[in-house]
Design a protein around this ligand. Sequence first.
Ligand code: GAR
Length: 210
Amino acid sequence: MLRVAVCVSGGGTNLQAIIDAVASGKIVNAQIVRVVSNNRNAYALTRAEKAGIEGICVSPKDFKNREQFNLALLEKLKEADPDLIVLAGFMVAVPACVIDAFRGKIINIHPALIPSFCGKGYYGLHVHEKVLARGAKVTGATVHFVDEDLDHGPILLQKAVEVKEGDTPEVLQRRVMEEAEWILLPEAISLIAQGRVRIDENGITHISDK
Ligand code: GAR
């Protein structure tokens, strides 16, 4: 059984998609062992509680400096002994100590088609605002492995989503979630749990058949 820790910051709809996919059997061979939030008021923590999953908060506000927060985050993740860490709307740049300790074992969902509309300043609703401001006709979501550079590691899954006339950032965000994010993230976890994902020496992922 793959032990999955999920890091969240806000509403937690992606966390919910994972919880539901584990319950329905869409995710095979995995269990969520801990949910970690940097935000005490994140509704995602309520979702965890309702599902009977341990949820904890590690907030930068509770530490003297960033270094101490980083170490506490690392400790809380290590404690859960995860095989995979899933960033599901986690609005914190993952510290190097965490990346080092869990190299190749962290995935992130990004609400655009990387390498477009990603990097510094591209998070949450801002991504969709920028897609609309640029007049892009297609956007989507990406699940990728996390390395030291923001939104940069090996791409695992992507799905395109149409931008429609009259879209607001909120409407587009919802469509990207419904048509891409909530499908891709559980699928990525299930593929990893089944041992079907390999990253080659060029940082390209390969998915094997069942
Ligand atoms: C999601 O759209 C996720 O892709 C995005 O934040 C939202 C969180 O929603 N993540 C990023 O922008 C990371 N760079 P949720 O809390 O309802 O899952």
